[in-house]
Design a protein around this ligand. Structure first.
Ligand code: GSH
Length: 221
């Protein structure tokens, strides 16, 4: 494992959730020796003054790279690939200003909006966190239907391509996998076609080691 270019250790704040798992997994894929700051969501830790200075959104994950602080799981994953993975072949994040990068951005936006924010996170807010956000059974049903419809687009792609971007695993697969595992944990039935893809990604050493770390704490109630 290597430290960041200038010799300082990167810090990654957050653990226990699918969103925090993304950058932990990416750091492990890149073989970066970083400092995990395993705070959980809704434990009160995201409201502590030191953390609020890093992220006034009161959310994890947060990456600290020297004097550079970055929030948003997908932005962090892409930054890590750009800044610490450009020598890795194949790259986990395609080079900027290429059609491959445009396709990567397309998948990342799609996954964040259609498979995370509009659907899985709606289920989380109005089911597990109903005491905070209100119970909304109709919204949950619509979210399950929306996820099931949209995930089919990824399924169709994976029927004709080993990975989302082609023959090589990329950070787009990493983020998709976190949503597939999250959906499974929510009880959403996934098409059988996803099973070999998920089994293969789950078997990666980086996945296993990052999961051990990320899920070594639990989220608050
Ligand atoms: N879009 C953000 C979402 C971050 C987010 O919602 N994080 C949750 C955990 S998954 C959180 O920190 N919640 C803390 C809280 O609500 O107290 C990302 O992908 O990083």
């Amino acid at each position: 494992m290597s430290t960041a270019g200038s010799g300082h250790k990167l810090q990654l704040w957050g653990g226990a959730t699918s969103r925090t798992f993304r950058p932990h997994w990416m750091l492990h894929e890149l073989g970066i020796d970083y400092e995990p700051k395993l705070i959980g969501s809704r434990t009160g830790e995201t409201q502590q003054p030191a953390f609020l200075k890093l992220n006034p959104k009161e959310k994890i994950p947060v990456l600290v790279d020297g004097d550079f602080v970055l929030t948003e799981s997908v932005a962090i994953v892409t930054y890590l690939g750009d800044h610490y993975g450009s020598d890795r072949q194949p790259r986990l994040v395609p080079a900027a200003n290429t059609r491959a990068r445009a396709r990567y951005n397309e998948w990342m936006s799609f996954i964040q909006m259609e498979l995370d924010a509009h659907t899985l996170y709606v289920i989380r807010r109005h089911k597990d966190l109903a005491e905070l956000y209100g119970a909304a059974p109709a919204a949950i049903d619509a979210a399950i239907a929306g996820f099931t419809k949209q995930v089919r687009v990824a399924q169709l792609r994976l029927e004709s391509s080993h990975y989302l971007l082609g023959d090589e695993f990329s950070a787009a697969d990493l983020v998709l996998m976190t949503c597939l595992a999250w959906a499974k944990a929510c009880g959403i039935e996934l098409a059988a076609a996803f099973a070999p893809y998920m089994a293969e990604l789950e078997a990666r050493d980086a996945y296993q080691n990052a999961a051990k770390l990320n899920f070594s704490i639990s989220a608050g109630a």
